[in-house]
Design a binder for this molecule. Structure first.
Ligand code: BGP
Length: 457
């Protein structure tokens, strides 16, 4: 029997824009997702926009009962900035009532809420002013964060500032999966820097408003695995690690931007515009914990014909397909649980053994209804196997001294996912979009309850 530490968090994660629905009702203003969907609906799988999210705004009471049925003792979601502060200045009381009731009920059900402030959902009013490209966005975000801490600080002890900042930077400014869908490395770096400063400013506000609480950030991390030990491949690995992992891990956990990252950016004429006291602010505002989202490893090799200076990350490292990989046939992503062990040991050895938790891990499946039995239950044994394999590696790392305090799967209910709509299902509960978002537990839900009850398997 594999046993996890006492008080281990067994949870699931989602986000406001992917679960709430009612994306322009009850006083909520549009985010970039709402506007992008209005402008280019055909970019979105199945014409499914943010309004088709799984209806938590209406069904959260039932959802909390369902969380109890599968043994969750913690749960992560986010606050939608555009719901709480539709114009960035004034608070929407309807949203305050909704979130307070939601968080209170979670606590009453003995489910610890971990609340995140930004999950790719940039307010449209701020995007029109340049979004994260402008330094003003840092102040706007800090004001929002402070307001949220004041409004909900009595109910929420653990907060996170951002989910996967690298994703909104890369997808928005280099690869075209998020608005504004442009390719501009200089802007991408500036957007990244402002995101980091917004995070830092929010941590500074948090220390004033809630000195007894804990604050962290959620990062998608794997160490990069190089194709070979050839020097060019190792440089590619180093570049990928600097840009994708250390760019946020080092400043948020250690209080410094890695000198090697600064050198790399300088060499390619990509250094962002900064302010005089930024470095001190970063040093003074380290996090209490880290959330790690892990799905698949990052395998890299040297790019074939790189531009100099680099125009995108493709000029600094190229993706590599490992021939021996095991893949999830229903989503196409590589399955490599060992990377979770490597991340865990990296947290221990390189990041002062900071407390951390797995904030997302899960298996996406397209057309999942093909696995439904005659009783209408999805038989998702592949998902159980996926989680078990990852938990074995996590357990091994905990035994070796890594300070992991919990495991959250992605996700609780099947949910809407950006340009992919509902293509990839990840939930413990199937959501039936044809029947008022009715929820039905999958086989993995029962398994998770046992796991949580036994604190192991
Ligand atoms: C993570 C995001 C989630 C979710 C998940 C699954 O990176 O934090 O918001 O979308 O990925 O991704 P997908 O739905 O594309 O399979």
């Amino acid at each position: 029997m594999i046993k996890f530490p006492e008080n281990f968090l067994w949870g699931a994660a989602t986000s406001a824009p992917q679960s709430e629905g009612y994306s322009q009702s009850y006083g909520k203003s549009p985010s970039t997702w709402d506007k992008w969907f209005e402008m280019q609906p055909d970019k979105f799988n199945g014409d499914q926009g943010p309004d088709t999210a799984s209806d938590t705004y209406r069904l959260y009471r039932e959802d909390i009962e369902n969380m109890q049925k599968i043994g969750l003792n913690s749960f992560r979601t986010s606050i939608a900035w555009t719901r709480l502060m539709p114009d960035g200045e004034h608070v929407n009381q309807v949203a305050v009532d909704f979130y307070r009731d939601y968080f209170k009920r979670l606590r009453e059900a003995n489910i610890t809420p971990i609340i995140n402030l930004f999950h790719f959902d940039m307010p449209w009013w701020l995007m029109e002013k340049g979004g994260w490209e402008t330094r003003e966005s840092v102040d706007a975000y800090a004001f929002y964060a402070k307001t949220a801490f004041e409004l909900f600080g009595d109910l929420i002890d653990r907060w996170t500032t951002f989910n996967e900042p690298i994703v909104h930077i890369e997808c928005g400014y280099l690869t075209g999966y998020h608005y504004p869908d442009i390719v501009d490395f200089t802007k991408a770096v500036q957007v990244g820097y402002h995101t980091l400063m917004a995070h830092t400013a929010a941590v500074a506000e948090f220390r004033k408003v809630k000195p007894d609480g804990q604050i962290g950030i959620i990062l998608n991390i794997t160490p990069a695995y190089a194709k070979s030990a050839a020097p060019e491949d190792l440089i590619a690995k180093q570049n990928a690690d600097l840009l994708l992992a250390k760019s946020f891990l080092d400043p948020t956990v250690l209080g410094t931007i890695p000198p090697a990252l600064i050198d790399l950016l300088a060499k390619h004429d990509l250094l962002p515009v900064t302010k005089k006291h930024d470095q001190q602010l970063i040093a003074d505002n380290c996090v209490d914990f880290i959330g790690v989202n892990y799905y698949q490893p990052l395998r890299v090799q040297a790019p074939e014909n790189p531009h100099f200076p680099a125009q995108t990350t493709d000029d600094l490292y190229a993706n590599y397909i490992w021939p021996e990989r095991k893949i999830n046939p229903y989503r196409g992503w590589e399955i490599y649980p060992e990377a979770l062990y490597d991340v865990a040991m990296m947290m221990k050895n390189d990041y002062r053994n900071i407390p951390w938790y797995v904030s997302e891990n899960g298996m996406g499946v397209a057309d999942e209804d093909r696995f439904m039995n005659e009783d209408g239950q999805i038989q998702d044994d592949y998902r159980i196997e996926f989680m078990q394999e990852h938990l074995l590696q996590l357990h091994r790392a905990i035994e070796a001294g890594s300070s992991c305090f919990g495991y959250h799967t992605w996700t609780f209910n099947d949910c809407w996912s950006w340009l992919n709509g509902y293509r990839n299902r990840y939930g413990f509960f199937r959501v039936d979009l044809e029947h008022a978002a009715r929820r039905t537990m999958k086989k993995s839900g029962l398994w998770y309850r046992e796991l949580s009850q036994n604190n192991g398997f």
